[in-house]
Design a protein around this ligand. Structure first.
Ligand code: ACO
Ligand code: AKG
Length: 400
C-alpha cells in the first residue's frame, strides 16, 4: 500500500467535510500587517531600512497587500512608507489612518494604494475615544471620511476598531452603508482585544454578509486567548476573503494571528490557495525575528526550531519509515528540515539511524549499550546529545 501524498500534505480526512470542500478553490488574500500592528508590539522599533527590507521580503513571499504603517506615527514612518511605495511592488500598499482628514491627507502624499480607516465602533470605544459619538453621527462621519479618501483617489479598507464588541444591529447598518460606497474595497472585522470565540467570528461574518451582500471582508484577530489563528480560519470559512496577519505573530500585547500559521492552515487543512511562496516562510520569519528583536519560540508552529525535530522513540520509529506518521506536511514545503535527536526519550531505532548516518559501525550489543549511555548523558546534561557527542561516545564504546 502507498502512504505518500503527492503534494507533501496530509491533513485530517475529517477536514474534507462537505462545508470545507464547498469552499475549496477560493483564493484567500493575505494582507500582511507586520509593519503596522507587528511593530506595535511593545518595545519593537523597525527603522526605515528594516521596513523596506521586510516589505521586499513580503513581496517575494507573495502577499497581496502590505499594511505599511500608521501615517500619524512619525516622520520616519512616513519616509519608510514612501520608500516602500517607491519600490514599485506588485503588492498593494496601504496605511492605517485614524478617523481624521489630516491622516488621510498625509496618506495621500505618500503614494499608497489605500487607507485603512480605523474608527472605533463599539459602545465603549465610542464613549471613551470618540467623545460618546451617537450611532447616527458615527455613520455620517464614517461616510464623510470615506468620501474624503475617495476624493484623494485612495481605496478604503474600513476598519471599525473593536468590531467584535460592537452592537450587532449597528454593525449591520454600518456594513450596509459601506456596501453602497464604491471607494470601499472591503470591511476589516477587527477582534481588537482578542475576546471572540470562533463561533462569534462566524456569527459576525455571516451577519455582515446578510446585511451587506457583496461587501468583501477581511479578518484581523489578536491572540490574547491563543485563538487568533482559529478565529482567522473561522472568519475565512464563514466568508471573509482576506486575512490580516503578521509574520511570527508579532503585534499588540500577545500579538496577532501569524501569517505562517494562517497560511499553512488555509493551504494544508482547508485546501485554499493563498498565493504565498510557502518555501520562503522560514527565511521571512528569520528576518523578522532578527530585525524586530523578538525571538521566535522554539515550539512555534511552522517556523519554530522544533517544529520538525523528533526525539521520542515511539514517534521516531514511525517517522523513519514514513514521516506522515507524525507530521501533516513535508517540512521542505515551508523551508524547514526534519531532524532526529538522540536523548532521554530515544529508542534503539534512533541509535541505529544515527550510527548509520554518521558512518559508525556498531554491533547490536554496542548499540543497546549506546542507548543506555545516551539516556544517562542526556539526563546529566539536561538536554539532547549532539551528533559530535554521540560520535565521541560511540568511539569510546567501540574501543571498549
Ligand atoms: C489596537 C491597534 O492596533 S490601534 C492602532 C494603534 N496604533 C498606534 O497608536 C500607532 C502609533 N501611535 C502614535 O504614534 C500616536 O498615538 C499618534 C501619533 C497616532 C497620536 O498621538 P497624539 O496626536 O498625541 O494623540 P492623542 O494620544 O492625544 O489622542 C488624540 C485623540 O484621538 C482619539 N482617537 C483614538 N483613536 C482614534 C481614531 N481611530 N480616530 C479618531 N480619533 C481617535 C483619542 O481618543 C484622543 O481623544 P481625546 O483627545 O478626546 O482624548
Ligand atoms: O482599527 C484598526 O484598523 C485596527 C486596529 C487594530 O489593529 C486592532 O484593533 O487590533
Amino acid at each position: 500500500m502507498q502512504f505518500t501524498p503527492e503534494n507533501g500534505r496530509w491533513p485530517s480526512p475529517f477536514n474534507t467535510a462537505a462545508e470545507l470542500s464547498r469552499l475549496n478553490g477560493r483564493t484567500i488574500r493575505v494582507a500582511d500587517c507586520t509593519l503596522r500592528d507587528g511593530e506595535q508590539q511593545a518595545g519593537i522599533v523597525l527603522d526605515r531600512d528594516d521596513k523596506v527590507e521586510i516589505a521586499s521580503a513580503l513581496e517575494e513571499l507573495g502577499v497581496y497587500e502590505i499594511e505599511a504603517g500608521t501615517v500619524a506615527s512619525s516622520e520616519e514612518d512616513r519616509e519608510a512608507i514612501a520608500a516602500i511605495c517607491e519600490l514599485g511592488l506588485k503588492a498593494k500598499i496601504s496605511v492605517l489612518c485614524r478617523g481624521l482628514e489630516a491622516d488621510i491627507d498625509m496618506a495621500a502624499k505618500l503614494g499608497v494604494w489605500g487607507v485603512r480607516l480605523s474608527f472605533p465602533i463599539s459602545d465603549i470605544e465610542r464613549e471613551y475615544k470618540l467623545k460618546g459619538i451617537s450611532e447616527a453621527d458615527y455613520i455620517a462621519r464614517m461616510l464623510a471620511l470615506i468620501d474624503y479618501a475617495a476624493s484623494k483617489n485612495l481605496a478604503v479598507v474600513y476598519s471599525p476598531f473593536d468590531t467584535t464588541r460592537a452592537n450587532l444591529p449597528f454593525l449591520r447598518k454600518v456594513a450596509a452603508e459601506l456596501a453602497r460606497r464604491e471607494a470601499v474595497d472591503r470591511l476589516r472585522i477587527v477582534d481588537t482585544t482578542g475576546c471572540a470565540l470562533p463561533e462569534a467570528i462566524r456569527l459576525i461574518v455571516e451577519n455582515v454578509k446578510e446585511a451587506a451582500p457583496g461587501l468583501a471582508m477581511e479578518i484581523h484577530c489578536h491572540n490574547d486567548f491563543g485563538l487568533s489563528c482559529a478565529n482567522t480560519l473561522a472568519g475565512v470559512m464563514a466568508g471573509a476573503d482576506y486575512v490580516s496577519t503578521t509574520i511570527n505573530g508579532i503585534g499588540e500585547r500577545c500579538g496577532n494571528a501569524s501569517t505562517e500559521e494562517v497560511v499553512m492552515a488555509l493551504e494544508v487543512l482547508c485546501g485554499y490557495d493563498t498565493g504565498i511562496q510557502l518555501s520562503r516562510l522560514k527565511e521571512v520569519s528569520e528576518l523578522v525575528d532578527r530585525l524586530s528583536g523578538i525571538a521566535v519560540h522554539a515550539n512555534k508552529a511552522v517556523v519554530g526550531y522544533n517544529a520538525f525535530r523528533h526525539e521520542a522513540g515511539m514517534v521516531v520509529a514511525g517517522v523513519l519509515k514514513n514521516p506522515y506518521t507524525a507530521e501533516s506536511y513535508d517540512p521542505v514545503l515551508v523551508g524547514q528540515k526534519r531532524d532526529i535527536l538522540l536523548g532521554k526519550k530515544s529508542g534503539l531505532v534512533s541509535v541505529k539511524y544515527k550510527a548509520e548516518k554518521l558512518g559508525l559501525d556498531l554491533t547490536e550489543a554496542q548499540m543497546a549499550q549506546m542507548l543506555q549511555t545516551i539516556k544517562q548523558e542526556a539526563v546529566r546534561l539536561k538536554r539532547a546529545v549532539t551528533d559530535a557527542e554521540f560520535v565521541a561516545l560511540a568511539k569510546a564504546e567501540i574501543q571498549g
